[in-house]
Design a protein around this ligand. Structure first.
Ligand SMILES: *Cc1c(COP(=O)(O)O)cnc(C)c1O
Length: 407
């Protein structure tokens, strides 16, 4: 499960030794043992261009498909080491790093879809992913069919001979529904349609979509993978042959990461398992606290026994992450706003997966300009609060929420 990838063709450890631990892979995976200037850490190579000794070396580079730097839009050494590390962590053959999760999604879909194609998308998802498909892909003649999350029969029914991809998040943002990847992959195989899972909320620590047979795994590395609320990045992982056209298109669209940014991500990944263990613990403890609170009407968290996907989550996930969605009893949007405003430790902001706890009201933060009908359709009631537990101590997150809920 946490074996470093055998197929990247990259020497994971200069001694040729292999390791099995998740954190060991996160610390050492993808890195050369001996680095530039004998430094322990990788150099940040601030070059937008890479030079050639003479004309013949340019020709050799082109004819022999050599792996070396050329121009920064096609990649840089810092981006390549992070790609290898992420592939090792995910257990994927290859990974392509982008300047954001959205750049990853847009580039992947544009590389794979043409006018006349269709995709089928489970309807609970990050609002910008939905917006890209419904508003922009539509202009290029690609049709997105949204079906109810978890309705596998509806997904299968929506497939036609034009369908090119099945897409879902797992768990979904912000409802935290968990997808049965076995059923999802089976539909893809039955109709010979590729599958994509945005596993941002799960991370490779909690969910292994590649092992379940999913073709492409996408993460907003801005969230848990970077983990410190200080960078934007995205990654698409899968088998190398299927990712070749995605990599080519990244070189054209230019959604590549800067060397500095890549270094921050590489550094953040070293503590990935430690952070995830705390996020999982905090998410569970805070969800249990909220579920027993008199001012709270309902909590959505896969680790709670009353969550509709609890059994599936326990069977298929290692932990359930730091995101907890809950509803205050008072249905008035201002009552939820008072809880958000009452927090003294948790900060108000979008995003999740970083060390700092963040809280927000999805109606205000992401859906303020949507009509009441659209908010009802996307399942965003006024009294919904999304809490992204950081890695602080659970007691302090709980005490902060408790005083905010008391008002
Ligand atoms: C944040 C997020 C994205 C977008 O990622 P960015 O790095 O912000 O571009 C995509 N999917 C999910 C599930 C997210 O939470």
């Amino acid at each position: 499960m946490s074996q470093p990838n055998e197929k990247t063709g990259h020497e994971l450890n200069g001694n040729g030794s292999r390791w099995t631990g998740f954190s060991t892979t996160a610390v050492h995976g993808g890195e050369d043992r001996q680095k530039a200037h004998d430094a322990l850490t990788d150099a940040i190579v601030c070059a937008s261009t890479f030079s050639f000794e003479n004309t013949q070396s340019v020709i050799d580079f082109i004819e022999q498909d050599q792996q070396r730097g050329e121009y920064g839009r096609y990649g840089n050494p810092s981006d390549m080491v992070v790609e290898r590390k992420l592939a090792a962590i995910e257990g994927a053959e290859d990974g392509i790093l982008f300047s954001s999760g959205m750049a990853a999604l847009v580039t992947l879909l544009m590389a794979k879809l043409s006018a006349g194609d269709e995709i089928v998308f489970f309807d609970q998802c990050y609002h910008r992913s939905r917006e890209f498909c419904a508003k922009y892909l539509a202009r290029y003649g690609v049709i997105t069919k949204q079906v109810k999350t978890g309705d596998y029969a509806a997904m299968a029914n929506a497939v036609t001979d034009k369908t090119k991809m099945l897409v879902s998040e797992s768990p979904t943002n912000p409802h935290l529904s968990v997808i049965d990847l076995e059923k999802f992959v089976e539909i893809g195989r039955r109709f010979k349609v590729e599958t994509l899972i945005d596993a941002t909320l799960a991370t490779p620590y909690n969910l292994r979509p590649i092992a379940a047979g999913v073709d492409y795994v996408l993460h907003s590395a801005t969230k848990y993978l970077g983990g410190h609320n200080d960078l934007l990045a995205g990654v698409v992982l899968g088998c190398r042959a299927k990712l070749e056209d995605v990599r080519s298109l990244r070189g054209v669209l230019g959604g590549v990461n800067s060397p500095h940014n890549c270094y921050l991500l590489q550094r953040g990944l070293k503590t990935f398992e430690l952070r995830m263990q705390r996020h999982n613990e905090n998410g569970q403890r805070v969800a249990e606290f909220l579920a027993g609170h008199p001012a709270v009407a309902k909590v959505l968290y896969p680790g709670l026994p009353d969550h509709p996907d609890h059994q599936l989550a326990v069977r298929t996930m290692r932990g359930f992450g730091g995101l907890v969605t809950f509803f205050v009893k008072d249905p008035d949007w201002q009552a939820a706003a008072r809880v958000v405003d009452g927090c003294r430790m948790a900060r108000i902001g979008p995003s999740l997966g970083g060390v700092e706890t963040l809280i927000e009201q999805p109606y205000v933060m992401s859906y303020f300009k949507y009509s009441p009908a659209d908010r009802a359709r996307f399942g965003i009631p006024d009294n919904m609060i999304r809490l992204a537990c950081g890695v602080e101590n659970a007691e302090d997150i709980i005490a902060d929420l408790d005083q905010a809920l008391r008002g």
